[in-house]
Design a protein around this ligand. Structure first.
Ligand code: ATP
Ligand code: MG
Length: 719
């Protein structure tokens, strides 16, 4: 390995021998590079690759890390354990399913399955009227699990709380947990919680892994939650070779239970920790770093860091105000087309936004312009109805107790098993303390079922039994193909699609699912092992950041800022920088929430290598309502006044929806008038242009910032 590719501090971290190591450093300073080089180095020194565990935050990051290690230590990297926390835990639970008290082929429930089960639990507890709060309870329960509170512990905690919703949550939690366990499922929080208990309650298993992993490395450590922290700490307890890298300024998952204290207190928890700080940024130009630095400087509680770059020059960060989201999208697409003409491949562009809903206008504009794009996250492929149906069949095959999946597909395609029959089935099950899937087998003992319903149930049972018996000899793809065929799901969709366009697109998606199974299988075969249906299901249940389309073609990337963590692109558009959208919230957010938004902004900006554009609109439609906006405080904090550019790139046609009226100052605003802006403060009108709908004024504010404002949308007040 060529150490000259590292600076001296990086080399120090890579060559650090034994004992805990903390690398705390700002964006783009090579933290991930240190992890990959360190792993390659360990392998070079004779550490068996299979005894190294590296944990990253997203599947995309894990895949990238695997490739980087592979290229540094060719042919020797495949045995390294590179996982996300959830992936690693799923693997451990499969291995030790008995000790962990989970069913052998447990199903991993995603958020929507979880919500469904929580709604059921709420009904059972008599909280139907709270139905709208299912998401809230789902997140309370997930938070509790991240903090390692199982249903019992949470009930104790809730009993001492003065907040009545805690007591309700405790009841729901307990019923929900019974349900998910009886269905042989686990949710994301369970993966972590159950591994923690596994390691805690089984000294032999704990000691085995403590012995086994000679080195544990964690990237993006700032985003670990309590459960993840305990797992890491436990695994590294014996050899103490724990290397964590992170940046407290990039902690953006506190809503998912991430605990910034883990990084701030690492040195206290691990005695004699080697600490390395990296200060040179290799990613971005100076103007980008400076703008990002000015923003993050507004945060209170942070470890101070120096960050510099050797790079000279670099284009100024550009702020662009647009009229609405449609114009924002066309402006961005136009910039991309210009960039492409001057020689940048499409893969060098990325568009980031705060919320998934913002992707729509960009997608439309990109499609119109014929620019290929990859959308990461968002309306996930695996969330689609037809894909969930197909996967539900597969889940039942592996886990016959999976009630949610069974009820999902029992009558899809239609088999004459109606609501009433299902109610009877459930009542039968309840009376015997079984779950619906278990009673499914005894359908002939249930009263009042129609003969045709009985026949259908028997056929369905037969279908599952037969496939289940054949399963050990089938690859994932073969199994999936037979499921879709023999359940008649595919032929049903085919029939439907003759008359129904929606069904046609569902059919196409199911076919895409089949090709993607094939693709997984081939990728796995390249690594030398076959892929079973169970393994396939596990892989995709953990794919929370999968791309909607896996196009090899040159394309731009769209994603939320959360998913952009750790990645880099030459040209970045950070969009929707408006108060209320980014920072998100109604204006009464707490200081902590605001600081997290600011860190998110910092993460987004520091992804850019060459060029960074910040855009904001004066009006934006949100759920069909149009709101007038003021620019995000982050734009102001970036202090880009000297470089502000607000030129229009095309004529604007008025939005069709009514605009929540801002102060209509229009023509009676004079040059030289003093005005007040709710965010920018007091300023003076320097110029006026346009008229009517498009009247604008150039205002210089007392903080030095000058900006052109579209009066129709700007809440200016004359003073
Ligand atoms: P983030 O905080 O965003 O996760 P990071 O600290 O993990 O960033 P890396 O992604 O490892 O940073 O590195 C940023 C970029 O700088 C990468 O393109 C990497 O290849 C490059 N880089 C890092 N160190 C060096 C070096 N010593 N010489 C040349 N390039 C480097
Ligand atoms: Mg990184």
């Amino acid at each position: 390995m060529d150490l000259s590719l590292l600076n001296s501090e990086q080399a120090k971290a890579v060559l650090h021998k034994e004992g805990p190591l903390l690398v705390l450093a700002a964006a783009g300073t090579g933290k991930t590079r240190v992890i990959t080089y360190r792993i390659a180095r360990l392998i070079e020194e004779g550490v068996p690759p299979g005894k190294i565990l590296a944990v990253t935050f997203t599947n995309k990051a894990a895949e990238e890390m695997r490739q980087r290690i592979e290229s540094l230590a060719p042919g020797r990297a495949s045995a390294v354990w590179v996982h996300t926390f959830h992936g690693f835990c799923a693997k451990l639970l499969r291995q030790h399913y008995e000790a962990a008290k989970v069913s052998r082929y447990f199903t991993i429930y995603d958020q929507s399955d979880q919500k469904r089960l929580i709604s059921d639990a709420m009904k059972e507890c008599g909280f139907e009227r709270e139905a709208a709060k299912a998401s809230m309870y789902a997140s309370i329960i997930s938070r509790a699990k991240d903090d390692l509170l199982d249903a019992g512990s949470y009930a104790i905690y809730a009993s001492t709380s003065i907040d009545p919703s805690r007591k309700i949550a405790a009841q729901i939690y307990s019923v929900y947990q019974k349900k998910i366990e009886s269905a042989g499922g686990v949710d994301f929080g369970d993966l972590l919680l159950k591994v923690c208990s596994l390691l805690k309650e089984h000294p032999s298993i704990r000691e085995y892994y403590q012995d086994y992993f000679l080195h544990v490395l964690v990237d993006e450590y700032q985003d670990t939650n309590h459960a993840q922290y305990i797992i890491t700490k436990t695994l590294a307890a014996k050899h103490k070779n724990l290397c964590v890298v992170g940046d407290d300024d990039q902690s953006v998952y506190s809503w998912r239970g991430a605990d910034i204290r883990n990084i701030l207190e690492f040195e206290r928890d691990f005695k004699e920790t080697g600490v390395v700080t990296l200060e040179q940024n290799y990613r971005s130009t100076k103007p980008i770093l400076e703008a990002a630095g000015r923003i993050i400087n507004n945060n209170g509680r942070r470890k101070s860091k120096t960050l510099w770059t050797q790079r000279q020059g670099g284009a100024a960060v550009r702020v662009q105000e647009l009229i609405d989201e449609r114009e924002e999208a066309s402006w961005v697409v136009q910039k991309i087309e210009e960039g492409k003409k001057s020689g940048h491949p499409l893969s060098s562009f990325a568009i980031f936004y705060r919320t998934n809903a913002q992707s729509r206008s960009f997608e439309e504009a990109l499609r119109r312009a014929g620019v290929p794009y990859r959308l990461i996250g968002a309306m996930r492929f695996y969330q689609r109805q037809e894909i969930k149906d197909a996967l539900a069949y597969a889940r039942i095959l592996l886990n016959p107790r999976d009630e949610i999946s069974l009820l999902r597909v029992v009558n899809v395609p239609p088999r004459g098993i109606g609501k009433t029959s299902l109610e009877r089935l459930k009542a039968f099950a309840n009376a015997r303390g079984l779950n619906a899937s278990e009673s499914f087998r005894d359908a002939d003992k249930i009263d009042n079922l129609t003969p045709s319903c009985r026949k259908s149930l028997a056929e369905l049972n037969h279908f599952f039994d037969k496939l289940r018996a054949d399963l050990p000899n089938l690859s994932a793809w073969q199994a999936m193909a037979r499921i879709l065929d023999e359940s008649r799901y595919l032929s049903w969709l085919e029939e439907e699609s003759e008359t129904d366009i929606e069904a046609a697109s569902r059919l196409a998606n199911v076919q895409e699912l089949l090709s993607s199974v094939k693709e997984y299988e081939e990728r796995r075969q390249a690594r030398g092992s076959p892929l079973s249906l169970g393994e396939y299901l596990e892989e995709i249940s953990l794919q929370t950041d999968r791309e909607t389309t896996d196009t090899a073609a040159d394309s731009i990337t769209l994603m939320t800022i959360h998913l952009a963590k750790g990645l880099e692109y030459p040209i970045v558009f950070l969009t929707g920088l408006e108060e209320g959208l980014f920072p998100i919230g109604s204006g009464n957010s707490s200081k902590e929430e605001l600081e997290e938004e600011r860190r998110l902004c910092y993460v987004g900006m520091t992804r850019a290598k060459e060029m960074l554009y910040l855009t904001h609109t004066s009006a934006r439609r949100v759920f069909g309502q149009t709101y007038s906006n003021i620019p995000s405080r982050f734009v102001m904090e970036a202090q880009l006044s000297g470089e502000l550019s607000t030129e229009r790139t095309r004529d604007y046609t008025a939005t069709s929806a009514p605009v929540v009226p801002a102060q209509r100052l229009g023509t009676n605003l004079r040059i030289g008038a003093r005005v007040r802006h709710p965010l920018f403060g007091v300023g003076e009108v320097l110029e006026k242009s346009g008229s009517g709908e498009t009247a604008k004024a150039l205002v210089r504010f007392e903080n030095g910032r000058s900006t052109k404002l579209v009066l129709r949308y700007t809440p200016l007040e004359i003073i």
